[in-house]
Design a protein around this ligand. Sequence first.
Ligand code: FRU
Length: 482
Amino acid sequence: VTGMEDYRPLYHFTPQEKWMNDPNGMVYYKGEYHLFYQYYPDDIVWGPMHWGHAVSSDMVNWEHLPIALYPDSLGYIFSGSAVVDWKNTSGLGSEENPALIAIFTYHEPEAAETDALDFQYQGIAYSLDGGREWIKYEGNPVLPNPGIRDFRDPKVRWHEPSQRWIMTLAVADHISFYSSENLLDWNKESDFGLEWGSHGGVWECPDLIPMQVEGSDEQRWVLLVSINPGGPQGGSATQYFIGEFNGNAFTLDTAFEQNLLPRPAQEGELEKAVWLDHGADNYAGVTWSDNPDDRILFIGWMSNWQYAQLVPTASWRSAMTLPRSLSLHREGDSFRVHSTVVQEAEQLLGAEIAKEELGPASYVDFQVNGDCLFTLSNDSNEKIQIQLTDGQLLFDRTKAGISDFEEGFAAIHKLDLDELQVERIELYLDASSVELFVNQGQRVMTELVFPTTPYTKLEVEGQARIKGLRRIKPMELTVANQ
Ligand code: FRU
């Protein structure tokens, strides 16, 4: 693990070197959480996409593995998902040794530079040895392009009631659902989204997840949709919808619909969306498949396309968020998705410290009783200010450190709390990031910051007090023998 000087996080996943973006192909199999990611091994900016690869037994400590998927004659390997084909529906494995199947977008770079529309299509690869060796399917593409420029990021899950695979695909300004019995032949089912949500940019990296409503035995389907640009703090962000999915189509829940406005918006009306994270730096996140429990396990790319390629790191670029557990709650007369750090991350919590001992990797737990202001600062008077006032939570990174790499970075990010009563704020501070959780993950803000030296002081003003302050230990990282 490298130190503070290059902003390398101490307990967030980063590539060993070079460029990373979206998390891909997250799947659990035989005791291992697999994490693949959009990877360009030759530079610290975006380029020909590969799938980088790491595994973990707990989503906290990671082992780097060799690159899993390389670009080939069909194109770069864009984002996608992975599943365990338990019933051998594809015939590519067996029931005794099921295949891990990765479903991803091929992107043809030369055609993308022309007027062509059909340069993105879906392909698959499979592994029969627990994800070490990947074989591209010889019948690729499995889902050709129907003549649409943005046609990507397949997220596949097994749909138990209809005994079929469902693919959720981002198609420019909406979502398309496809079904398959064998992961090889796909049929279009339906579209969703043209009339709803934020459309400030292209839709990307969707996920469709059945979730139990906390405290009841009702179920709803949550549809995550990342969008770039059009996010609440500028640039990219992830919105979500709550509704029903019947194996064919997704329909909005009428209680959730109240949070939105049908499009096109009337004069003077803004498009309305509900955001998974209200900070600037959580994008393209999706959930693990096939994990051994009922948890909904999420990880996001901790950056923003507005400046991802410009942030001041040198040998590597971009980290993932902490792994989070998503849950669905009734809130008022609607629903909300809450995000909490997975319990496995508790192993990272170290010694209690005093507020003069704040370090590059720290956890702070505030009890909040009303309007308040938290200031984290260093000796160069660089500071983050977090303020609760007038029913708003403000994250001010205008003086947080280096920001001249992009003009929009130094900003105050606002979260409207509406009627929400804030009782607790937790911060996970790492070398160049802050993850802020309101109450038990009712609202979240994930933010990058680049102080020239670590913040070492913490001040609290107003109606709040520090309930807990801990050092956070570095994660364990290993590198597999190649
Ligand atoms: C999202 C995204 C995806 C695409 C990938 C390319 O960040 O643009 O839509 O598959 O990145 O790297």
